[in-house]
Design a binder for this molecule. Structure first.
Ligand SMILES: C[S@@+](CC[C@H](N)C(=O)[O-])C[C@H]1O[C@@H](n2cnc3c(N)ncnc32)[C@H](O)[C@@H]1O
Length: 361
């Protein structure tokens, strides 16, 4: 039996609403001839107004996706249902959302599969919850935890918009993840844990309790200090594999005739991902056996975080002065009059400065 043979009510949740002609109540993305986008919710009596006329929503209801319609002054609009990646960037939000590029990485690298038993916190606006629900499917399980009721309400609304109603695999609980998840889930019963919050290290014990041996724990954090603290807490705990971390950058391209080049602007930073897996009960990580580490950063540790202790190579004053001289010389060769340089304060070195001017350490 193929999906084409299924009745709409037999299709996975939300699938039927994404097919067929436009219906009243659904969101439609309008793109004008200059590429400007607006998202409207189709309401039979409503109209989409701009300073160049208006378009009655009724014109769209019943038309196939991809239609091009004209407003009262002949302005043309291309009409499509927003994709998930469009929706999460335009949906109502209270907290920052996980961007589609990161949601894709999370689903793949945390190995979220149909039927998986997943717990998640915090929910924020529900962007990541939607991707997780798509991945676990109707017969999977996603239990999301959010400490703030208002965010949970926004997330619930967004999830129900995209799935055209409540999702059968989803439940959301209000409260702190670390307190609630251990009450709600049996020890060792969860396949995947996904955290997007300020202090994931506070959840370490709870994650170790509910996660099944071999289960994956993925964290999305915005800063390197959170990343480091989470990694060190995991390492010091010993119940998990060596954590791995990465970030992804997506650069769009401008495609026009022979002018094919990267876009001038990009979203350069969203967050870092850090993944680890739960070891069998009673087992201590090989890395911890090899190199015991401290559990927490003490004030002493924080004071010790000098640039060199975090891997930055010290550059000698002599090298800095030489670089300053080289920089002045380069500027003069290009015909600019360089300001006088104080040898004691100038920075950068010639042999350590890349073509783009950055200093490699
Ligand atoms: C950046 S938002 C999450 C965004 C969400 N992943 C999305 O894609 O829309 C972080 C959320 O975590 C919640 N939070 C922080 N610590 C928490 C905890 N310990 N337990 C539950 N929720 C928490 C915050 O209230 C906030 O809503």
């Amino acid at each position: 039996m193929t999906p084409q043979d299924l009745q709409p009510e037999e299709l996975p949740h939300g699938a039927a609403a994404r097919r067929g002609p436009f219906r009243a109540g659904e969101r439609v993305q309008l793109t004008d001839e200059r590429g400007r986008m607006n998202t409207i919710t189709l309401t039979p009596e409503a109209a989409f107004h701009t300073h160049k006329g208006f378009l009655n929503h009724a014109e769209l209801i019943g038309k196939p996706e991809g239609s091009i319609v004209a407003n009262t002054t002949g302005q043309l609009y291309q009409a499509l249902r927003p994709l998930l990646s469009d929706f999460v960037l335009s949906m109502p939000r209270g907290a920052a959302v996980v961007y589609p590029k990161d949601a894709g990485q999370i689903v793949t690298m945390a190995d979220i599969y149909p039927g998986a038993r997943v717990v998640e916190a915090g929910v924020g606006s529900g962007a990541l919850s939607i991707s997780l629900l798509r991945a676990v499917g109707d017969r999977g399980y996603l239990h999301s935890f959010e400490r703030r009721e208002e965010f949970a309400a926004i997330a619930r609304g967004n999830v129900e918009t995209i799935f055209d109603g409540p999702h059968p695999a989803w439940q959301i609980s209000i409260g702190d993840f670390q307190d609630e998840v251990v009450k709600a889930e049996e020890p060792g019963s969860v396949d995947r844990v996904v955290l997007d919050m300020l202090a994931p290290w506070e959840c370490l014990d709870a994650v170790a309790t509910v996660l099944a041996p071999g289960g994956v724990w993925i964290n999305y954090v915005a800063t390197v200090t959170q990343l480091s603290r989470t990694a060190e807490a995991i390492r010091a705990d010993g119940r998990f594999t060596e954590p791995e971390s990465w970030e992804s950058m997506v650069r769009g391209w401008h495609l026009e005739g022979l002018a094919v080049r990267p876009n001038h602007r990009m979203v350069a930073h969203t967050g870092f991902l850090l993944v680890t897996r739960k070891l069998a009960d009673g087992v201590t990580s090989l890395a911890l056996k090899r190199r015991p580490s401290k559990t927490e950063f003490s004030q002493q540790d924080l004071d010790a975080w000098t640039p060199s202790s975090v891997g930055e190579r010290a550059v000698s004053d002599k090298k800095l002065r030489r670089a300053a001289r080289d920089a002045v010389a380069t500027t003069q060769t290009r015909g600019h009059v360089a300001p006088a340089v104080d040898e004691n304060t100038a920075g950068g070195t010639a042999d350590e400065t890349a073509d783009d001017g950055s200093v490699e350490n």
